[in-house]
Design a protein around this ligand. Structure first.
Ligand SMILES: [Zn+2]
Length: 83
């Protein structure tokens, strides 16, 4: 697929629950951002500030891994039904 992937990132100086984040660069303003290691290769990074000022067209999307991590961090489960 040739569809462009743009990942919304927090800046590198923000605290997150993830200690294994990697550092990249916002493709618009050049600020240092952090991203998850499982982001697809070739994705562009966009800081939250640039995203909010001028959201790119199209629907935002997240990876399955990010959804699972978010659920765990927020205290939920990973999508499994309660037993
Ligand atoms: Zn930016």
């Amino acid at each position: 697929m040739s569809e462009e992937i743009i990942v919304i990132c927090v800046t590198a100086d923000q605290k997150t629950p993830f200690i294994d984040n990697l550092i990249g660069t916002c493709f618009r303003c050049g600020v240092a951002v952090q991203y998850r290691p499982h982001v697809p290769a070739g994705a562009k990074f966009c800081c939250q500030g640039c995203w909010l000022r001028d959201p790119p067209p199209g629907e935002p999307s997240v990876t399955r891994e990010t959804l699972i991590e978010a659920a765990l961090v927020l205290g939920g489960d990973d999508g499994k039904k309660p037993s």
